[in-house]
Design a protein around this ligand. Structure first.
Ligand code: AP5
Ligand code: ZN
Length: 219
């Protein structure tokens, strides 16, 4: 199964990606997570991405495309029957066209572009309430997905933190950037008959049930 997950910041891509990848046993490739990992290790790529991310802007296409091309040729993708889920990529038409080329070259044609639809006014609340575990990267929400003990990860007891780019001003910028640069991808994948629209405003389990119904229908 080869999937790209589309949707504005805070639509629930990371949340659903985790459920999809566990259920279908495919690698979860999140470009945002890859950049955050590079930043925490202070790699040259992390240093280049840092300022763009802090401002809520996209990292330049060529940096992202090279990183993804490299990731898609790693062993776990092959082990999953050339399966993967891309979360947060592509994000521009240039990236989507580059992915078409990478896919054609490596026999990795996409099955679905799953588009999580959430009205823009809900996103700020979702993102500003998000809390993350520094140890295992589990994602919580202060209202919609609370840990058992406030501020503490259920899985390992670590203290939860808030992402730097989750401040309200930066979130607004990320939403604008989504509308300008990423939303056109819905039409791009509609034309290729790959798009599946999912109502992302439901609770997390119901969103996943809808996605699962589509993916299972394809088997
Ligand atoms: P990235 O890390 O990809 O962030 P994003 O797209 O802004 O998405 P988020 O992680 O904010 O949200 P999400 O949709 O995963 O939502 P989540 O499941 O956590 O990118 C960050 C930055 O990296 C970019 O700004 C850019 O600079 C750079 N970058 C990354 N990829 C790039 C690319 N391809 N090109 C260029 N630059 C790139 O959910 C949000 C919250 O809501 C959580 O607290 C969750 O618990 C809660 N929630 C989830 N689902 C529900 C639900 N159904 N009901 C209620 N609450 C819910
Ligand atoms: Zn944890």
């Amino acid at each position: 199964m080869r999937i790209v997950l589309l949707g504005p910041p805070g639509a629930g891509k990371g949340t659903q990606a985790k459920l999809i990848c566990e259920t279908y046993n495919i690698p979860h490739i999140s470009t945002g997570d890859l950049f955050r990992e590079n930043m925490s290790k202070d790699t040259p790529l992390g240093k280049k991405a840092k300022d763009y991310m802090a401002k809520g802007l996209l990292v330049p296409d060529e940096l992202v495309v090279d990183m993804v091309a490299d990731r898609l040729t790693q062993a776990d993708v092959a082990a999953a029957g050339r399966g993967f889920l891309l979360d947060g990529f592509p994000r521009t038409v240039v990236q989507a066209e580059a992915l078409e080329k990478i896919s054609a070259k490596n026999d990795l044609e996409l099955d679905f572009a799953v588009n999580l639809e959430v009205p823009l006014d809900v996103l700020v609340e979702r993102i500003s309430g998000r809390r993350i575990c520094p140890t295992c990267a589990a994602t919580y929400h202060v209202k919609y997905n609370q840990p058992k003990d406030e501020g503490v990860c259920d899985l390992d007891g670590a203290s939860l933190y808030q992402r730097d780019d989750d401040k309200v001003e930066t979130v607004q910028k990320r939403i604008e950037v989504y509308q300008e640069q990423t939303e056109p991808l819905i039409a791009f994948y509609k034309e290729k008959k790959k798009i599946v629209d999912i109502n992302g405003l439901q609770n997390m389990d119901d969103v996943f049930d809808d996605i699962k119904r589509v993916l299972d229908g394809a088997n």
